[in-house]
Design a protein around this ligand. Structure first.
Ligand code: SIN
Length: 332
């Protein structure tokens, strides 16, 4: 009798606290992220029934050092896995610090008709009571779930849409929040309970052109910086950025995202400096430093709004826009 081949879940390792170690035995803080291989992480867990697991180490970094080259490699590895007919889904182990940025990038670029589930940990693999194994086991259950699709993040038993979650806590084992969008569902004792539909990827017209996306991601990204409005903000940061970008051999400044107060507003000094940047050819988008809500357009706006994207995601959206991989103009 010919045995039927089981579907595969591909687990891509990128590092993070989930693979952290090198600290004093059992310590929760003061470790080095990205030491334990993804093969070792997966080796300690049973596969969900009916699937087999495959691993690939794409990177081994602390996610606060995330770079465009790791993102390019991760996109390539995810596409390669998703295009295999025997693959049911992809799980990505990743640090929590920039997880929301990778989730947003993959949501923006991948045509994910299958599940792509990011997961992580707040305690290193060598902690006395690590949270990584449970998070990874839960992520595998979501990826194995019939009908699951789209980019998601799974942590502390909650399933977030890859576009909508942000890290909101420095220490809690459940550091993410999906804000007004809410979670997609929960993983409880290995069972997945959804309260909303799986994320629909809203692909750009480039999503199917994987080779174009890949080669664009592999080129140097346009430089896009975030500037914060705060009491006493006078715009000198922007003036300094413009000055630096004009020096010989410097990378030109292509974009600025304002992390504005309230509805994406800023001081008179910062506003004047942003206008000067814009006159020099820098594209300026407005986001808000508020944790929730969208920046709504008004009749007084000098620059377009980034909608409900927080500054770190607006920065990626603007970079993709400048690379010709975006969804078009800013929202406002
Ligand atoms: C990282 O983001 O790689 C380190 C922190 C974490 O994973 O919690």
């Amino acid at each position: 009798m010919v045995e039927e081949k089981k579907p595969v879940l591909v687990v891509l390792g990128t590092g993070g606290t989930i693979s952290g170690g090198g600290n004093r035995e059992g310590e929760n803080l003061g470790y080095t992220a990205g030491l334990v291989s993804v093969e070792t992480l997966v080796g300690g867990l049973p596969a969900p029934s009916g699937v087999v697991l495959e691993t690939r180490q794409v990177a081994q970094i602390d996610s606060k050092n995330m770079s465009s080259s790791v993102w390019r490699d991760l996109f390539e590895a995810a596409v390669a896995a998703l295009n295999r007919p025997d693959v049911q889904g992809v799980v990505i182990t990743h640090g929590t610090d920039t997880l929301e940025e990778t989730g947003f990038l993959l949501s923006s670029l991948l045509q994910a008709d299958k599940p792509v589930v990011l997961t992580c940990a707040m305690r290193p693999a060598t902690a006395a009571y690590p949270d990584g194994p449970q998070n990874l086991a839960d992520a595998l259950q979501v990826a194995a779930c019939p009908g699951a699709r789209g980019v998601m993040a799974v942590c502390a038993g909650r399933i977030h849409d890859g576009q909508h979650f942000s890290k909101v806590h420095t220490y809690r084992l459940d550091p993410f929040d999906s804000g007004e969008a809410g979670v997609i569902g929960y993983v409880e004792e290995g069972r997945v309970r959804c309260v909303r539909p799986w994320p629909r990827s809203e692909p750009t017209e480039h999503s199917r052109e994987e080779k174009t996306v890949l080669s664009t991601l592999g080129k140097p990204w346009p430089r896009v910086e975030i500037v914060l409005n705060h009491a006493q903000a006078d715009g000198q940061v922007v003036t300094a950025l413009l000055w630096a970008s004009r020096q010989d051999g410097a990378e030109p400044l292509a974009g600025l995202v304002l992390a504005g107060t309230g509805n994406g507003t800023c001081s008179e000094g910062l506003s004047a400096a942003l206008s000067q940047a814009s006159e020099c050819g820098v594209t300026v988008w407005r986001a808000s430093r508020c944790c929730q809500g969208a920046v709504l357009p008004t009749s007084l706006d000098l620059f377009p709004s980034a909608g409900d994207l927080p500054p770190v995601k607006a920065r990626i959206a603007l970079a993709l826009h400048l690379m010709g991989l975006g969804r078009g103009e800013a929202v406002g």
